[in-house]
Design a protein around this ligand. Structure first.
Ligand code: NAP
Length: 482
């Protein structure tokens, strides 16, 4: 099955921070793949911008190396054509350098997008200078990266800074989880099939688990991560977005405000989380591995590299259905999965163990994006009615055929959505603020109590207490499998 590619309109995309890590690992390789797919018009331009004094050719070499490193198969002829559409401008977000040159370079007659791939402390400077130099107009788009604030107050301040120069319809706040195919498939499965939506409620669902497990530790991000922790780095944004897509009411149309209105209602319905429903952890070293505290070079750090929470969404649909969220670093495998565990049958006609079977829908974000639905069938053969659970497996790469085995990276999809002017998969300002308003009291609570995260073994499933969080409810986590 070959996917349809609809070329976007002509554009100039300026990447502030074009020489940075994110540009090299995600943005430039993603744009190359869209170029290969035929989605980028021949006249579209990508303009890298940062303080370093590169020529166009120097920057093309940066882009070449980035693509060669991060794209599995590169055709040199195609790559050269792609690089021909790349330019560079030395510019200082905090000074005068480069701004008049940018104004001369930009084509005002095509779509202009400005990607702020720089530290959030520079967002205000960029927005202000784009405006005062008359580079951005009412049709321009700005793309901003996470972290979007570190609490409600800072998020509000960032929103105000951007709002001083851009309308909400011009601001694209990236949460790359929303660009993942499987995450979008959550909506397709829920709202495109008659099977699931009628069952998607407290009457039929026992509980929902969301796990985002990483095998790696904090790697080179120690300084940033130690000030952030798993709650701010993962739960407030990515996991909250997953929760919203699972829990939201069907929007009336698949449009940006309709979807985001429904997500916002979910966040506002989240209950405060009590202390005994949270487990924080921090990885130990061992077997040649360094500990979290060694990785962040802070022997007294109380920052969590793992968190598990039991969350309640107070509305008619989800009354009494707990959402168990768990994320952590240095766990036994890299695995992100959403699991919907359905209730027992209202009445089973089978006896003993044969009566105890449940349907489980699991949606895998990584690795092997796909879904499986555990259904109960009769074990083949004579000897009575013995029941077994089997998965109806739908690994997307298998189901959709060889042309789909390279599922597009989230960034590719999202950048093209910016050019298309489609905000559905981007967070609106009020959503981000509502998410912080729910997160802040939880963090303040453990800070006031002086809670210390529980140590856990590297390459494990996290602290024992996280198991207990479910065991005491008579439930258990799905195994973390890579
Ligand atoms: P980075 O590697 O430190 O790159 C920062 C970029 O900003 C460089 O190109 C730097 O180039 C430029 N820059 C710094 N000061 C500047 C100034 N005054 N004027 C113009 N350009 C300036 O950072 P990054 O990892 O790419 O992250 C960029 C943003 O994405 C951050 O907000 C980060 O939180 C977010 N993010 C990153 C990742 C990731 O995987 N890296 C993931 C999610 C979100 P010069 O030094 O030449 O100016």
């Amino acid at each position: 099955m070959v996917s349809r590619v609809i070329p976007v309109d002509d554009f100039d995309l300026v990447i502030f921070g074009g020489s940075g890590d994110l540009a090299k690992r995600k943005i430039l390789p993603g744009l190359y793949r869209r170029f290969v797919a035929g989605q980028m018009p021949e006249t579209a331009r990508i303009i890298g911008a940062a303080r370093s004094d590169y020529s166009d050719d120097d920057y093309r070499q940066v882009a070449r190396e980035a693509v060669e490193e991060h794209v599995s198969e590169v055709d040199q002829e195609v790559l050269s054509a792609f690089l021909g559409q790349i330019h560079y401008l030395a510019i200082d977000a905090k000074g005068d350098k480069g701004w008049s040159e940018l104004r001369d370079l930009i084509r005002f007659e095509v779509i202009n997008a400005f990607y702020f791939s720089v530290a959030p402390s520079l967002f205000g400077d960029l927005a202000e200078r784009l405006h005062s130099n008359k580079i951005a107009d009412k049709n321009s788009r700005v793309v901003v990266e996470k972290p979007f604030g570190r609490d409600l107050e800072t998020a509000q301040a960032l929103n105000e800074t951007l709002a001083a120069h851009f309308k909400e319809r011009q601001i694209y706040r990236i949460d790359h989880y929303l660009g993942k195919e499987t995450v979008q498939n959550l909506m397709a499965v829920r709202f495109g099939n008659v099977l699931f939506e009628p069952l998607w409620k407290t009457h039929y669902i026992d509980h929902i688990q969301i796990t985002v497990a990483e095998e790696i530790g904090v790697e080179g991000r120690g300084e940033y991560y130690d000030k952030s922790g798993a709650m701010r780095d993962m739960v407030q944004n990515h996991m909250m977005q997953l929760l919203c897509l699972i829990a939201m009411e069907p929007p009336s149309v698949f449009g940006s405000d309709a979807v985001r209105d429904e997500k916002l209602k979910v966040i506002r319905a989240l209950q405060p989380v009590s202390n005994h429903e949270i487990v924080r952890g921090q990885y130990d070293g061992g077997e040649g591995l360094t500990s979290y505290r060694e990785d962040v070079d802070n022997p007294r750090s109380h920052t969590e590299s793992f968190i598990a929470l039991k969350v309640h969404c107070a509305n008619w649909r989800w009354a009494g259905v707990p959402f168990y969220l768990r994320t952590g670093k240095r766990l036994k495998a890299r695995s992100s999965e959403i699991t919907v565990v359905f209730k027992d049958l209202a009445h089973s006609i089978f006896e003993g163990d044969e009566a105890r079977h449940r349907n489980i829908l699991s949606i895998r974000l990584q690795p092997n994006e796909g879904m499986d639905l555990q259904v109960t069938i009769k074990e083949p053969g004579p000897g009575g009615m013995r029941l077994i659970d089997v998965p109806l497996d739908m690994t997307f790469a298998d189901a959709l055929g060889p042309d789909n085995d390279e599922i597009p990276d989230a960034y590719e999809r999202l950048i093209m959505d910016v050019i298309r002017g489609n905000q559905t998969l981007f967070m609106r300002g009020d959503e981000v603020e509502a998410a912080w308003a729910w997160t802040d009291p939880i963090i303040e609570g453990w800070q006031e109590r002086g809670d210390v995260p529980k140590p856990y073994d590297s390459c494990s499933a996290g602290p024992e207490d996280a198991m207990m969080l479910m065991h005491r409810d008579g439930r258990r986590w799905r195994d973390i499998k890579g």
